[in-house]
Ligand binder design. Structure first.
Ligand code: FE2
Length: 280
């Protein structure tokens, strides 16, 4: 067992669990370097794709909608001036890389598919964990956008609900540079909304079941050091504020689903039949 009984109970009680020093500084640096190489090689398409989780304006262009089985780069919402020019260098303008590096890039695959992570997944309740998506999140200095409060099951829905997040701090995350915030125990409430891919394949919509606002007064900051792994329940309300500091806040995330759960064809994230979702 990698987790103690107390840690498993804490995860069940709070909906998240902070595991300090889970990965080495060397592994963090190797992943950050690889992410920066991917951005360096990225040639922005004619129409740029911007990532925001603001539900009204969340991007649902083709580049985003087809990124479930690719390595794609998304710009920060505030990356461009009104004239459409980058405010900062390209390397300081990308919001994230997603969503299949764990399948397509050897460095990301090595980081993502380890016996330790397979074991953790089992210990928090997975029988047959599958790695659905990976994201390298930059949270750039000055322009790193806020990710509004949400439950991951809204965006990665299965029947029964099964998604859980593995969030790795690649750098120290503080309130200054936009650390995670979460509502302890908030995962015991039901799913508030569901995000759909339109039948036409382009565009999305959101169905809201529960209009009550998030209890933001209950949010607590998860300030963690580089190398920390945070486990997140799929119903846990969590968010991060904008990064207005001069430092980046790099993080890497994996989202796992249960192999036996039904994965609807209306989820935004879809993969080619040639690239079925795989476990560890
Ligand atoms: Fe999330």
């Amino acid at each position: 067992m990698l987790l103690s009984q107390e840690e498993i109970e804490l995860f069940e009680q709070d909906g998240f669990l902070v595991l300090k020093d889970f990965v080495s500084q060397y592994a963090c640096e190797a992943l950050r370097n690889r992410a920066m190489e991917i951005v360096e090689a990225f040639k922005p398409p004619e129409t740029v794709s911007i990532f925001t989780t603001n539900e009204q304006t969340r991007h649902s262009d083709r580049y985003f909608m087809e990124s479930g089985d690719k390595i794609s780069c998304f710009f920060e919402e505030d990356a461009f001036t009104e004239k459409g020019e980058l405010r900062q260098a390209k390397s300081k303008s990308i919001n994230k890389i997603g969503h299949a590096m764990h399948d397509l890039d050897p460095v990301f695959e090595e980081f993502s598919r380890t016996p330790e992570l397979a074991e953790i997944a089992k210990e928090i309740g997975f029988a047959d964990p599958k790695i659905l998506q990976s994201m390298f999140i930059f949270k750039q200095p000055h322009i790193g956008g806020e990710v509004s409060c949400h439950q991951d099951s809204t965006f990665l829905y299965t029947e029964p609900l099964s998604v859980k997040g593995f969030w790795f701090a690649m750098e120290d995350a503080t309130q200054e540079n936009g650390c995670l915030w979460a509502i302890p125990g908030g995962h015991k409430n039901r799913l508030k909304s569901r995000f759909y891919r339109n039948k036409s394949g382009d565009g999305t919509r959101i169905e809201v079941f529960d209009e009550t606002p998030w209890e933001t007064a209950k949010l607590v900051p998860l300030e963690v050091k580089a190398g920390t792994l945070v486990l997140l329940h799929g119903l846990l309300p969590h968010m991060s504020y904008a990064n207005r500091s001069t430092r980046t806040r790099h993080a890497f995330t994996l989202h796992l689903i249960e192999g036996s759960a039904v994965y609807p064809e209306w989820n935004w994230l879809q993969r080619s039949p040639d690239m079925p979702v795989r476990g560890f």
